[in-house]
Design a binder for this molecule. Structure first.
Ligand SMILES: Cc1cc2nc3c(=O)[nH]c(=O)nc-3n(C[C@H](O)[C@H](O)[C@H](O)COP(=O)(O)OP(=O)(O)OC[C@H]3O[C@@H](n4cnc5c(N)ncnc54)[C@H](O)[C@@H]3O)c2cc1C
Ligand code: SF4
Length: 510
């Protein structure tokens, strides 16, 4: 008899098209899937995220079995399941007399290194579910000093033909972002994302997660995520029909009582492999051609997936594990306790964190311009910021979370990914949200006890990093504005900013 090979399928590799499955022989090989404790606790993942991954894994294993695969599934509550992926592979190798493992490249360096260190013969295949193969990204990046997403995105439009007329972009423009920066109004009739009632199998997982990960930040219930490809496709249909038409207009807006606005909430399904990025983009493109959604919405949506998502994957791939340790601005402050739910007077931060706790979701602008912006202004150690984002969001996987957090949001890579840091005063948040109206601080006050902390810390940040940013043409205007202020006002702002940072770093409520 031919010895079986072990085909590893991880919790974010739930796609029939997975390269490891394509390389395997169902008559000979054995699929190994395992709910190992180490993966649930290396950062304290949000309970909804753990539950989504476990429930989706269980259902994908059943789907593979129905298709004729033999699946060795290690459940979390099975005492025989090993505590880590490499240990589980060794256990299964011994049990089935296998010596070879075929795996698709995992999306975090920690796991890649752990797999490479196993004594088993390992074949690590590229993850072909991305639209841009690593060598194509590397060739594009080669020799460029800065890697601007917009140029990469245009290449990807040409490569896939999405929203193209020959070699020209449909509508005569590559990017319609200037139409996509509007604030939003509360609207009772705004369509809501599709929610799913947990079936008995998902309920069993929820009970397990409740028992096994009791101390993790975040509410487990209500749990309303899709856990199969069939349901993820329903969520996609619903988004394309109901919310895509408004996606562009509301993309950057924030409303305290409407945390999802017209966003898709599809990232967890795409990231786990339940939906493919190309099918999602094609559905959006088809809606445009059918006259069901305007170009600014469809282009904006496709750019997020074809542009930003692929670009982040490329950055993660070419930068390697060292990227995780970058700290170009030498920020060392601890993450404020408010990020873990401690009280804060700042309405925007309070709302973004409460929503994260309750739903494991925040949209891009909340992540970038509220929690990310504040951590950057407060000089928080980027490694702590990275751990937080990796833990708390339903869609957080290292390959996409790390470049977004360390590169885009915290400028920890020194500008490889963004030409300037994403920092703003309270004025941006006020323009794009309804948070400020209910805040204990005053967004228009630039000094004094009620001055918005973003205002104080914004100037403090620019002052602190003047040597680095003063010569940046995109920031020159900000320094000119600062320099035009009265010297006495500048001194007051800096002194109050320093005092605020000291209070924050001492763990006091702000
Ligand atoms: C600090 C920070 C951390 C982030 N961490 C993650 C993360 O761990 N996982 C993750 O998938 N996204 C992350 N993002 C990107 C973005 O915030 C989420 O993809 C988006 O909010 C998911 O919600 P949605 O599906 O409703 O997105 P929509 O607004 O509906 O966008 C559509 C799709 O575009 C893709 N997308 C949009 N923006 C990005 C981006 N910047 N990078 C990659 N894909 C993008 C996602 O697949 C998303 O589903 C992060 C952004 C920031 C600023
Ligand atoms: S005033 Fe400042 S702290 Fe308060 S909600 Fe507005 S931006 Fe946030």
């Amino acid at each position: 008899m031919v010895t079986p090979r072990l085909i590893l399928v991880l919790g974010d590799q739930l796609s029939e098209s997975l390269s490891a499955l394509a390389a395997a022989d169902p008559a000979r090989d054995l699929v190994v899937m395992a709910e190992v404790r180490a993966e649930g606790v290396y950062v304290p993942h949000h309970p909804q995220k753990i539950a989504l991954i476990l429930a989706a894994m269980r259902k994908f294993a059943a789907h593979l079995r129905a298709q004729g695969w033999r699946v060795a599934y290690g459940a979390l509550d099975d005492p025989d399941t090993a505590p880590s992926i490499p240990a589980e592979l060794l256990r299964r190798a011994e049990e089935f007399g296998a010596a070879q493992v075929i795996a698709t490249q995992p999306g975090d360096w920690r796991l890649i290194q752990a797999l490479e260190a196993t004594p088993l013969r390992l074949t690590l295949l590229p993850d072909t579910r991305f639209l841009c193969p690593p060598q194509v990204f590397a060739a594009w990046a080669e020799g460029r000093k800065t890697l601007r997403m917009e140029w990469f995105y245009r290449e990807m439009r040409r490569r896939t033909g999405l929203l193209m007329e020959g070699d020209k972009p449909i509508g005569g423009q590559w990017n319609f972002d200037s139409e996509n920066r509007k604030p939003a109004q509360p609207d009772m009739l705004r369509p809501r994302p599709l929610r799913f009632t947990p079936d008995a199998e998902t309920e069993a997982v929820l009970t397990l997660v409740e028992r096994e990960f009791p101390g993790h930040f975040g509410q487990l219930r209500p749990f309303a995520w899709a856990t199969t490809r069939t349901d993820a496709l329903l969520a996609l249909d619903h988004f394309i029909r109901e919310s895509l038409p408004r996606f562009g207009d509301e993309q950057d807006a924030m409303l305290a009582d409407d945390p999802t606005l017209s966003h898709s909430l599809l990232s967890p399904y795409i990231n786990l492999g339940l939906l493919s990025p190309l099918e999602v983009c094609k559905r959006a493109e088809a809606a445009f051609h059918a006259g069901k959604a305007p170009l600014n919405a469809v282009e904006g949506f496709i750019r997020q997936i074809l542009g930003w998502r692929e670009y982040m994957r490329g950055i993660w791939q070419i930068q390697g594990p060292d990227y995780l340790t970058r700290n170009a601005l030498n920020h060392t402050a601890p993450l404020p306790a408010a990020y873990w739910g401690a009280p804060t007077r700042m309405a925007c931060l309070k709302s973004a964190v409460a929503q994260t706790r309750d739903t494991a979701y925040a949209h891009h602008i909340q992540r970038l311009m509220v929690t990310g912006n504040f951590a950057l202004l407060a000089g928080v150690d980027p490694a702590q910021v990275h751990d937080w984002y990796l833990a708390v969001y339903i869609d957080a996987l290292e390959w996409v979370e790390a470049p977004n957090t360390l590169g885009m949001s915290q400028f920890a890579d020194g500008g490889l990914l963004g030409s300037k840091p994403y920092v703003s005063s309270g004025a941006y948040i006020d323009r794009m949200s309804d948070y400020c109206g209910t805040c204990a601080y005053r967004v228009k006050e630039r000094s004094g006890p009620r001055a918005c902390p973003f205002n104080l810390l914004y100037w403090q940040f620019l002052h602190r990093h003047r040597a680095r940013f003063e010569g940046n043409p995109r920031m020159a205007q900000m320094y000119r504005t600062w320099d035009r202020m009265e010297a006495q006002h500048r001194d007051t702002v800096l002194a109050e900013g320093r005092a605020l940072l000291a209070r924050l770093h001492a763990g006091e409520m702000v």
